[in-house]
Design a protein around this ligand. Structure first.
Ligand code: GDP
Length: 525
């Protein structure tokens, strides 16, 4: 069991839309030998150009289209690559997936640098201290100054950056990268669309054939930059990398399949196998004999003909065997796990055994909710899924009084599943739920499922707030002064906070209330 766990690497790729996440995913699959799948990832993404298309697609193909854990073997490693939903589907799901991984690869468009969504996703990773590896993509095109890109990682994200390799030239004069530790040069050849593994020639920077291939100015510049990095740059610190305080940086081009293998090899070598998880005071090592894991995502089938749900479980300790009986910690019930699946693209495959680090999909257990623990040791109860600050708010109306019961029942079930959050304004006469989400897709999912599963149509009324902030524990709510447009509201646990329409009102709130501290997650105690 220990050997199986040690060879596992479970990670996700994060990026701002269009930085190259899909392309990099495909290329990684290529190395894992899943060649027939490379290509289908893009096809899937293109097919999901809009949210409504996504719904249609789910209807036609069933659940497996949008939920994915890509698993492959590479050089003795068992790699689990968890798919984070992309742009249009941006939602709480994306964040939750990040609680199930042991590391992330952050893809940055080297012409653009850090963008809004990268920053948000990074923030979620940092809170958990997840190790972050950075891939500066699109080096085949003119990029920003590489030193400047490193500076940005430090100044904007506050993370130390250690370039593992360094670009030689940029744009049309991009010739490859220099591996600072192997002290070798990897030369880039422009292959049409990079359909095959990129050919590389390796040699030292001083070799004549390297010099000949580089423009004079590019050569001197690279030599100077590398010298500077050696003298003044960050030193590699494995400890810091493992705690997410330093990021190893790689330059390359996913589309041209350049630098991808360097990234993959270094990532596997420098990242850690599944690590112990904390449950209160207790530390659960992955090789603990007891099986344990937690649900980090629930995917409901949009197809009425195959209406099932899959609960995705990240295994944190022990070994999963088909048909094993576990305790569902929240209810205390014993549950037999008969139908566990591995989902690979559109393929559903029954899993007979899986180990800490793996993700399995459990079909048909309606009692499972996000964050629930499943284990053979009932004293284990993970608290791995935090709540995430919502950014979209909307009132959900029931236009059909005759369907009141179905509407209420459906909303309750979907809230339990964690599809959206709900806030209570306390003074509304009609008790219309105020839904809150990280991304608007979550509202669409609610509406779609209410109608298809509960026969309850609904209408959505967007609310103009863009943030909810919790008040400090024990504050006198009546004494709080609210700027115009703000509203007091309570979360599902009854904790008070304020709905804000803008960053400006949040600032003004501080001035009105003597600098009162606000929390973007529920305050402790
Ligand atoms: P995602 O939204 O992050 O998944 O980004 P995609 O992988 O779909 O890439 C967005 C666009 O950038 C697509 O048109 C890709 O072909 C292009 N792209 C991805 N990697 C590279 C690269 O290395 N070089 C160039 N020039 N374009 C790239």
């Amino acid at each position: 069991m220990i050997a199986e766990i040690q060879r596992r690497r479970t990670f996700a790729i994060i990026s701002h839309p269009d930085a190259g996440k899909t392309t990099l995913t495909e290329k990684l699959l290529l190395y894992g030998g899943a060649v027939q799948l490379a290509g289908s990832v893009t096809a899937r993404k293109n097919a999901r150009a809009t949210t409504s298309d996504w719904m249609e697609l789910e209807k036609q193909r069933g659940i497996s289209v949008s939920s994915t854990v890509l698993q492959f073997d590479y050089h003795g490693y068992r790699v689990n690559l968890l798919d984070t939903p992309g742009h249009k589907d941006f939602s709480e799901d994306t964040y939750r997936v990040l609680t199930a991984v042991d590391a992330v690869v952050m893809v940055i468009d080297a012409a653009k640098g850090i963008e809004a969504q990268t920053r948000k996703l990074f923030e979620v990773c940092r809170r958990r201290g997840v190790p972050i590896f950075t891939f500066m993509n699109k080096c085949d095109r003119p990029t920003r100054d590489p030193l400047n890109l490193l500076d940005e990682l430090e100044s904007v994200l506050g993370i130390g950056a250690f370039p593992v390799n360094w670009p030689l030239g940029t744009g049309t004069s991009f010739r490859g990268v220099y591996d600072r530790q192997q002290k070798s040069v990897h030369l880039f050849e422009r292959t049409p669309q990079g359909a095959y593994r990129a050919p590389v020639q390796v040699g030292s920077l001083a070799e004549p054939f390297v010099r000949e291939r580089l423009d004079d100015s590019d050569y001197h510049r690279a030599v100077e930059e590398l010298e500077m990095l050696d003298i003044a740059g960050v030193e590699y610190d494995a400890q810091k990398v493992h705690h997410g305080e330093q990021t190893p940086v790689f330059f390359g081009s996913a589309m041209n399949n350049f630098g991808v293998q360097l990234l993959l090899d270094a990532f596997l070598e420098r990242s850690l196998p599944p690590q112990p998880r904390h449950v209160g005071e207790k530390v659960i090592a992955p090789e603990t004999p007891a099986f344990s894991g937690f649900v980090f995502k629930i995917q409901a089938n949009m197809d009425p003909r195959h209406r099932d749900r899959i609960a995705f479980v990240r295994i944190c300790s022990g070994k999963f065997n088909r048909d094993m009986t576990v305790t569902h910690t929240r209810t205390g019930k014993r549950v037999r796990l008969a139908s566990a699946h591995r989902l690979f693209g559109q393929e559903r495959e029954t899993v007979d055994e899986a180990y800490a680090g793996d993700v399995i999909g459990l079909v048909g257990h309606t009692e499972f909710g996000i964050g629930d623990t499943l284990t053979t040791d009932p004293s284990i109860s993970y608290q791995e899924i935090p709540r995430f600050p919502p950014e979209c708010f909307a009132f959900l109306h029931n236009p059909n009084p005759g369907k009141f019961k179905q509407f209420r029942q459906g909303v309750e079930q979907l809230l339990q599943e964690g599809v959206v959050q709900v806030f209570d304004l306390r003074d509304s006469i009609q008790k219309i739920p105020l839904l809150a989400a990280v991304g608007p897709l979550q509202f669409e999912v609610v509406q779609y499922r209410l109608e298809s599963e509960y026969g309850a149509p609904s209408t959505l009324e967007n609310a103009s707030w863009d943030a909810f902030r919790w008040l400090p524990a024990g504050v006198d709510v009546k004494a709080v002064k609210l700027p115009t447009g703000c509203r007091l509201a309570y979360d599902a646990a009854g904790l008070p906070g304020v709905l804000f329409p803008s960053a400006w009102t949040r600032k003004y709130f501080g001035e009105l209330n003597g600098g009162m501290e606000l929390f973007d997650l529920p305050p402790e105690g």
